[in-house]
Design a protein around this ligand. Structure first.
Ligand code: CTP
Length: 480
């Protein structure tokens, strides 16, 4: 890919850039804008709200002086330990740091820092496209400083490290995830040397916290086509370190001439299909995890070939441990993902059979608010390359959708509320809380779902009296 790249005329239009350059000049400190802001300006992507400034001298002193000029519109926060400072100004977060040289200990990612030149600072950054700087100094305002060919790499769409990739990745192994994330977000390719360095340094992932890994991984999951990143994570064996359940999906086994599909590549397709249909990142997670139970329950049966019995249930059970390990939110997102994984074959089964009202009612009842998302996942799950089969499945899904609509209109099962409450049952039979109430409520629910009685209070009441009688209860006199 090749693009013609020029810094947009209005890149530094905002008065804050002039101001920062001027304040730097007054302090006798050179100032440059660096990193993601410069990259995204050149690519004409949506502007990030955090802008990084690097200065030759103290970043904190510069930030304090800028903040003074901005008065109430620029409160400064100083991070003394890191030698950095941040100013919130309008919708921006302005980060200031003194140019530095860094070298890292092998055992951690805590760097030892010394003051350095602009080039020292650019050199220690992750990729050449992130190491571009724009001068804010009055004599060279707006000039691009590009010692490592970042501009050319932006044009060529390549991710390349300014230094030897082994040292860049070993210094901060998160950069390996960042390489893959940028490759996915920007549709760039990772230069061959850098890609092999990622493979070589995959072990270094162990020094990273789960939170940092997850933050990058979420960015990959939010991309338009997450399979690009997922494929690279697999190929470099990074995913094996934090999501071995996904790596385990890969592979095709053959017994007696019978093959099963490769569930890893299938899963990538499903995630992409879901990503095209929905922006909900948790639905993409459900797609990612929907088959993780398969390698666990896989069996070969002489008569029927490969089976994956209850894999959805097992996959759902595996989900909380993954969320805990990756420090993903354990509340609503976990409940949702687990539920979708566990239900992930329901509509498919329906689409393959003659659809009965009662099966549709049960699906409406079990899926509730998640029904629409579940349908998206199931339609995305059809990855057969046989176009006849594909159109037949999709047509069957249309039938299921139609049937769901009809049954919902007539029976209102979605987010179903029992037509008879526990209190009513106690009142009618004059009993206190106990197991009989559960028995009656279940019987009413099951009969409604099976279509034996309609979802109406009058019929449910009659039915309650009948079940009560069967289990030896008598209505109180007033209800006789
Ligand atoms: N950087 C780095 N190594 C890292 C993280 C960041 O060298 N592990 C450098 C890069 O020069 C990067 C800059 O710090 O451009 C700012 O980092 P950050 O704000 O995290 O990322 P951006 O590049 O701005 O991109 P995005 O906002 O998409 O994360």
């Amino acid at each position: 890919m090749s693009k013609s790249i020029v810094l947009p005329k209005d890149a530094l239009q905002h008065p804050i850039f002039q101001l920062i350059g001027k304040v730097g000049h007054e302090l006798g400190q050179e100032v440059y804008v660096v990193g993601g802001f410069v990259r995204d300006q050149l690519l004409q992507r949506t502007q990030p709200k955090d802008i990084d400034f690097v200065t030759i001298g103290s970043g904190i002193a510069l930030a304090k002086a800028v903040s003074e000029k901005l008065g109430p519109h620029g409160k400064v926060t100083v991070f003394k330990n890191f030698g950095t400072a941040m100013i919130h100004h309008a919708e921006y977060e302005l980060e200031f740091v003194g140019a530095r040289k860094e070298s890292y200990d092998l055992g951690s990612r805590k760097p030892t820092v010394e003051n350095g030149s602009l080039e020292d600072d650019q050199k220690r950054r992750d990729f050449t496209i992130n190491a571009l700087a724009i001068s804010l100094n009055p004599d060279s305002y707006g000039e691009l400083i590009d010692p490592f060919g970042g501009l050319l790499h932006l044009e060529q769409g390549i991710l390349k490290t300014p230094l030897d990739p082994d040292s860049t990745f070993s210094d901060d192994p998160l950069r390996m995830m960042r390489a893959i994330r940028f490759a996915n977000q920007l549709h760039f390719s990772i230069e061959a040397e850098a890609l092999s360095a990622i493979r070589r340094n995959a072990d270094r992932m162990q020094i990273l916290s789960a939170e940092r890994i997850t933050e990058e991984f979420m960015k990959i999951m939010r991309c338009d086509k997450p399979s690009i990143g997922l494929g690279l994570l697999y190929e470099t064996k990074l995913i094996h370190r934090f999501l071995p359940e996904i790596a385990a999906l890969q592979g095709v086994e053959e017994i007696e001439g019978k093959l099963h599909k490769d569930n890893f590549y299938h899963t990538l397709e499903v995630v992409d299909n879901v990503a095209m249909a929905s922006q909900n990142v948790w639905l993409r997670w459900a797609a990612l995890l929907h088959d993780i139970g398969k390698p666990v329950v896989k069996r070969f049966d002489q008569k029927v070939g490969w089976t994956f019995h209850s894999h959805e249930f097992v996959g759902g059970k595996m989900t909380p441990a993954i969320f805990r390990r990756l420090k993903l939110p354990l509340g609503e997102p976990l409940r949702y993902v687990k539920k979708i994984v566990q239900q992930s074959s329901r509509p498919i089964v329906l689409s393959q059979e003659e659809v009965t009202d009662s099966a549709v009612r049960r699906l409406l009842f079990d899926a509730g608010d998640e029904l629409e998302d579940l349908m998206i996942l199931c339609e995305s799950d059809i990855t057969t390359k046989n176009s006849k089969k594909k159109s037949r499945y999709l047509k069957n899904f249309e039938n299921v959708r139609q049937k769901l609509k009809e049954v919902e209109e007539s029976d209102a099962i979605r987010n179903w509320q029992p037509p008879i409450s526990g209190e009513q049952i106690m009142e009618v039979f004059g009993i206190s809380p106990g197991r009989e109430i559960g028995i009656i409520k279940n019987a009413i629910r099951e009969s409604i779902l099976d279509g034996i009685i309609p979802n109406k209070e009058k019929e449910a009441f009659e039915y309650m009296l009948q079940i009560g009688k069967e289990i030896g209860l008598k209505p109180k006199e007033s209800h006789g």
